[in-house]
Ligand binder design. Structure first.
Ligand code: FUL
Length: 474
């Protein structure tokens, strides 16, 4: 017969699993769209347009349309490369600051239609969005509000132009997972800057693409990370941010705040790390020997995805309209590295063991935290132990050097400090310590050989819930 207190403990544990893990506090939580976005984790960015052919980073908007002339555009090759790299989606510069539209927009005279490419009948967005569907990738667009070509830029009418352009874009290419708004706001052809009607743009996007998450310095869907190196710079990354009184661009919060988030921020606006595989955002032949190596990409991955952010990695197509061999090689090797690293989760299907107040022998039980399913979660609820901890029994001695922990963020982000300990002959040894977890945390530490692991929660805003704890030798 079970002791009554243990039965009670088990009942409380299972009844509380998957319920409101945030306890009494009303913490910000992600929308369903943001949850899907968190799951997208890693995707590619394609900067492509006249700059690819003029060898500059910021076009002036005066480039003749014929300059855009990819000789061998192959969006399937882009998508195959993305898949091999392990990306789950792509975002393309539908229009960069030079105003050139990669689709034949009826609201501009500076588009693929005005070029000789495919006799003016080409549409890069059509080809890419269809290729994405064929390859099972999510599709997103970057539509620069800054436009150095449009004659109405710098006048109130330009906001109508932007709304029309956005409407066209959001209704012509199927479902989008992300809409990217750059913070840059310079002068247009008449020397004036634009006051953007972002409120109107946001409402339109929410109506036409309700599943898309909007990126900008301050969201509302996800935020810029404060650097263009793709890095969360410290262990701390809160998905919450205060935006009151801030604006996109120069009026944004400090880069440090964007990097760490606000611990008690009012809104769920998680970080997206953007970085290019090359020094520039657009393709430049002279950078062919400066492509980041698989090891450099892996390091970026650990400092972005591994710290609870999403990673958008820019891979600029070349003048043929293909991903350059150098970039493909690096991406494929990186994809293999990530795949191999997380192939064997040593904790999957193992059990939690816990000592209750009235038993001496630790009892083992199934846990949703170890079931290999990110969609199930469970509270860490060991009321007789302080600090709260979770003990995992790997069944036999295993060699490992990394742990992946996922907080059940549907209920908010709670954990403020935790450590990982392993069982040694004479007791528990701390091998890693960190602060926030959020969507996921990858922690590496010197190789250990042991059977038992303990996750100790030192500080949390409430009873924390984890959806997964994974153990690897990477
Ligand atoms: C910046 C832009 O000005 C760059 O050209 C690039 O698009 C990058 C992703 O964002 O703010």
């Amino acid at each position: 017969m079970f002791p009554a207190c243990l039965i009670l403990l088990l009942l409380v544990s299972s009844a509380s699993a998957q319920k409101n893990m945030a306890g009494k506090q009303a913490l910000p939580v992600p929308t369903a769209q943001q949850l899907a976005w968190h799951d997208t984790e890693f995707y590619l960015f394609f900067h492509f347009g006249p700059n690819t052919f003029t060898n500059v980073e910021w076009g002036h908007g005066t480039e003749p349309e014929d300059i855009f002339n990819p000789t061998d555009l192959d969006c399937d090759q882009w998508c195959r490369t993305a898949k091999q790299a392990g990306a789950r989606g792509v975002v393309i510069t539908a229009k960069h600051h030079d105003g050139f539209c990669l689709w034949p927009s009826q609201y501009s005279q500076h588009t693929v239609r005005e070029s000789k490419w495919r006799d003016g009948k080409g549409d890069v967005l059509r080809e890419l969005s269809e290729a994405c569907r064929r390859h099972g990738l999510k599709f997103g667009v970057y539509l620069s509000p800054w436009d150095r070509n449009h004659p109405q830029y710098g006048t109130p009418e330009y906001n109508d132009v932007y709304v029309n352009t956005l409407t066209e874009l959001l209704t012509s290419y199927g479902e989008l997972f992300e809409i990217w708004w750059d913070g840059a706001n310079g002068e247009g052809p008449n020397g004036k800057k634009q006051v953007y009607d972002f409120h109107r743009f946001e409402q339109l996007a929410a109506r036409l693409q309700p599943n898309a998450v909007i990126f900008s310095d301050i969201g509302p869907g996800c935020r810029w990370v404060g650097n263009e190196r793709g890095l969360i710079l410290s262990e701390t990354n809160w998905c919450t941010l205060d935006t009151a009184g801030f604006q996109r661009g120069l009026g944004a919060p400090s880069n440090d705040t964007l990097n760490r988030g606000n611990e008690n921020g009012a809104h769920w606006i998680p970080a997206e790390c953007d970085v290019s595989i090359r020094p520039g955002w657009f393709y430049h032949a002279e950078e062919d020997d400066k492509v980041k190596t698989p090891e450099q990409l892996w390091d970026i991955y650990l400092h972005s995805v591994g710290r609870g952010a999403n990673l958008i990695l820019n891979v600029p197509p070349d003048r043929r309209g293909r991903i350059h061999e150098q970039d493909s090689l690096s991406l494929v090797a990186f994809g293999e590295k990530v795949g191999a690293a997380f192939q064997h989760n040593l904790a999957k299907g193992t059990k939690i063991y816990q000592r209750s107040i009235c038993t001496f022998t630790p009892r083992k039980r199934f846990s949703h935290m170890l079931d290999g399913d990110r969609n199930t979660a469970e509270k860490i609820q060991l009321p007789n132990l302080d600090p709260a901890n979770l003990r995992i029994d790997l069944r036999k001695k295993r060699t490992f050097n990394a742990i992946v922990i996922r907080e059940a963020i549907a209920e908010g982000q709670l954990i403020q400090s935790f450590s990982v300990e392993v069982w040694k002959k004479d007791g528990w040894l701390e091998v890693a310590r960190s602060t926030t977890i959020g969507a996921r945390k990858i922690l590496r530490f010197p190789e250990q050989k042991t059977r038992k692991i303990r996750i100790v929660i030192h500080a949390s805003k409430g009873e924390p819930a984890l959806s997964e704890v994974e153990v690897y030798k990477i």
